[in-house]
Design a protein around this ligand. Structure first.
Ligand SMILES: C[S@@+](CC[C@H](N)C(=O)[O-])C[C@H]1O[C@@H](n2cnc3c(N)ncnc32)[C@H](O)[C@@H]1O
Length: 284
């Protein structure tokens, strides 16, 4: 992140969500505020996305990860969860549009500069801030999540659902494990959904080229990718922290769940979306 500047990759992710509403009619993930929070009109977003067809893969991945996170969150709410933390929120709009928001206490955690910019975007777009939402400015590399959340009124005794989308790759491993350690330490249990990438050394030549291009681009924006994980190693470490149920979807599992009609064969390696909980299902 550039000092004092909001995240440029947060703009990019929000632009992909907005483009998904226009180009795919929000078929995977519907977000009625996606264009409004971005402050762009549908025609501009669609034109820009169509000029860069290589962005389609990332657009679909972002739509799927958000859909999976919100579906999992809805199930957790049905089972009684009432506290939600959106980590590295960027221009995420869950807190402003979810039909469940009146039943929840929601915390948005983000880098201070990104959060200040988002609050200005919300004001400019006349999107009301619900009373259920609190903002917690936290730099994961320099502050603890525990302190940032405590200052915002978070109740550590409540079972909590964390979404952490599009953030892990930008953090050092130390910051990733410190955050996961905090989540796992909550005494009455927690759930988390996050996405990550396998190390590029395991990619095919074509994927490597794509990865190098994107990696150079985000580094130029001052938001370099720093962390990659092997699925088996990640699972073992999550279990050691106390996560008991782990569902990790790699490219083939994502395709089978969300695009079964395409019947495509994808490599195991690439972007993953992972859901984990410290609560045994028998105890929920
Ligand atoms: C690619 S954006 C994803 C935003 C959002 N979750 C989404 O899916 O649209 C990355 C987010 O990570 C946040 N981030 C990156 N480094 C951070 C840090 N050290 N501390 C806190 N947030 C950070 C950025 O501010 C930004 O909101």
């Amino acid at each position: 992140m550039r000092v004092g500047k909001p995240s440029q990759t947060a703009v990019a992710a929000a632009t992909h969500r907005a483009a998904h509403q226009v180009l795919e009619q929000g078929r995977i993930f519907a977000d009625p505020l996606a264009l409004r929070i971005l402050g762009e009109d549908a025609e501009t977003v669609a034109r820009n996305a169509e000029e860069k067809p290589s962005g389609r893969r990332m657009r679909i991945f972002i739509a799927v990860r958000t859909r999976l996170a919100e579906d999992s969150l809805a199930s957790a709410v049905e089972r009684g969860v009432r506290q939600v933390v959106v980590l590295g929120a960027g221009l995420d709009t869950y807190a402003y549009r979810s039909p469940l928001r009146d039943r929840l206490r929601i915390f948005e955690v983000d880098h201070p500069a990104t959060q200040a910019w988002k609050r200005q975007r919300l004001e400019d777009a006349a999107i009301p801030i619900p009373s259920s939402l609190s903002f917690a400015p936290v730099d994961f590399e320099h502050q603890t999540l525990a302190e940032g959340l405590a200052a915002a009124g978070f109740d550590p005794a409540q079972q909590t659902f964390f979404t952490w989308l599009g953030v892990v790759p930008y953090l050092t491993e130390e910051a990733v494990w410190s955050t996961l350690g905090f989540i796992a330490s909550l005494p009455n249990g927690a759930h988390v959904v996050f996405d990550y990438s396998n190390p590029p050394a395991s990619f095919s030549a074509e994927m490597c080229t794509r990865h190098e291009r994107r990696s150079a681009h985000v580094a130029e924006l001052g938001e370099a990718w720093l962390s990659y994980f092997e699925a088996d190693n990640l699972r073992a470490k999550l279990m050691a922290l106390g996560f008991s149920e782990i569902e990790d979807l790699g490219p083939p599992q994502i395709a089978a769940r969300y695009f079964p009609h395409l019947m495509i064969t994808l490599p195991d390696k690439g972007g993953h979306i992972l859901r984990a909980t410290t609560i045994c299902s028998t105890a929920i």
